[in-house]
Design a protein around this ligand. Structure first.
Ligand code: CTP
Length: 408
């Protein structure tokens, strides 16, 4: 591959103008200098992508205070590092003062102090993310990069900016895996060695569960989460999270994810696949410690611990109504996994067809037909649905007949 041509400032500005989230920014900033697009968005722009999430870094306290108003938006959140989320033009931007960071102890949240952009780039995770482009004023469109950043981007190399990077911020171990899987980039030898040392020194244990959980959820949301979790396994990072946690069977994962319809949550499914060796109570506690939302936690636990029995029940089903009886109370992710565990036809039937079948009648129709309120209504509707699923009641009248017979 020929070496990457560094785009001219005009070319960079053209690329920026083509981004829906950046075009209004450029217009609103006018000639205001000292505002930069930074990090992954610049990396993706240079790789020909069209980033959506834009992180801005600002030099100068006056400018950082003025940016929300300049963008014509309002401040939505503010964290302890002075990062502000501004919503404007229908987009949201993270805006931070250019800063240096120090870590009081391994895994601590950093202490931050204002610094010039060049230093801000050096505090970052990997060279390929230590990139910035001026948005307005005399330096508009000019690329600023940490030493070696453009060469590493060109070569597809992940390189930390200093030897303590993983010790200071061990979540970068998970980010390393995520970028390796997503971009197909390779850690250069020294970075790989530092990562191995940090893993074997149990660096991840110095970080709060919530921060590890955030990175784990991002990994599970990758376009190829199987590659991401396989990379996690290769780095032996999964077992640092929990000894029995990890994707042991990538083939099973691909078999479960491949045919799953769009509304099956692939991130939940993948996390459940990686959790199959944990007992339900242990898994629940782990997901709580990783600050998972209750709805995600419950779906992951139900999928991880229930899919084998569900696969057995689905395989034993002799009619569509029996498939429905087995699958109805289970998350769609559990059915998708049960499909990969030997009940492919039944799982597909449920996910693609049966779960979308609804009755043309409801309880009011039964009451109007003289059924007293109470359990008979539920029994009647269940029987009508079973008959419909099994092809014995196709019209509304047939459904009502089935329901009334069962209710009686
Ligand atoms: N960063 C860092 N160390 C971290 C997290 C983030 O140095 N533990 C820096 C990186 O320079 C990163 C930037 O902060 O590019 C913004 O972080 P984030 O929004 O998480 O990543 P993106 O730049 O959006 O990259 P991606 O789209 O790949 O997640």
């Amino acid at each position: 591959m020929p070496p990457m041509q560094v785009p001219s400032p005009d070319d960079m500005l053209d690329r920026l103008r083509s981004l829906p989230a950046a075009a209004p920014l450029l217009a609103r900033l006018g000639e205001r200098s000292g505002v930069y697009l930074v990090g992954g968005a610049v990396r993706d722009l240079l790789m020909g992508g069209a980033p959506i999430d834009l992180d801005l870094v600002v030099e100068g306290d006056d400018t950082v205070a003025a940016v929300p108003a300049l963008l014509g938006g309002h401040v939505r959140a503010h964290d302890r590092f002075g990062t502000t989320t501004v919503t404007a033009n229908g987009f949201s931007y993270d805006v931070a003062r250019a800063r240096r960071e120090t870590y009081a102890y391994p895994g601590a949240l950093p202490d931050v102090r204002p610094a010039p952009l060049a230093e801000d780039l050096l505090r970052r995770d990997f060279t390929v993310n230590a990139l910035a482009v001026g948005l307005a004023g005399p330096g508009a469109g000019e690329l600023r990069a940490a030493p070696g950043a453009l060469e590493d981007l060109d070569a597809g190399v992940l390189r930390v900016l200093h030897d303590r990077s993983f010790v200071d911020d061990p979540t970068r171990l998970l980010r390393l895996v995520r970028y390796a899987a997503r971009l197909g980039f390779t850690p250069e030898p020294r970075t790989a060695e530092l990562a191995r040392d940090a893993v074997s020194g149990h660096a991840l244990r110095t970080v709060s569960g919530a921060r590890v959980g955030t990175e784990l959820r991002l990994l599970a949301c990758e376009r190829d989460p199987v590659a991401a979790f396989s990379a996690l396994r290769e780095q032996q990072l999964d077992r640092e999270i929990e000894p029995d946690f990890g994707l042991h069977d990538a083939g099973l994962a691909r078999a479960a994810l491949g045919p799953a319809p769009a509304d099956v949550r692939r991130d939940r499914l993948l996390l459940a696949l990686a959790s199959r060796r944990l007992r339900p109570a242990r898994l629940r506690a782990l997901l709580d410690s990783l600050a998972f939302e209750a709805s995600d936690r419950d779906a992951i636990v139900a999928t991880a611990s229930g899919a084998d029995a569900l696969a057995d029940a689905l395989r034993a089903a002799r009619a569509p109504s029996e498939i429905a009886d087995a699958a109805r109370r289970e998350p769609a992710e559990a059915v998708a996994l049960a499909g990969a565990l030997g009940a492919a036809a039944q799982a597909r039937d449920w996910l693609e067809r049966l779960r979308h079948v609804h009755l043309a009648i409801d309880g009011n129709d039964l009451i109007q037909a003289g059924v007293p309120e109470g359990p008979a209504i539920g029994a009647g509707l269940r029987a009508a649905l079973a008959a419909t699923l099994d092809g014995r009641a196709e019209t509304r009248d047939q459904q009502l007949d089935e329901a009334l017979r069962a209710a009686a």
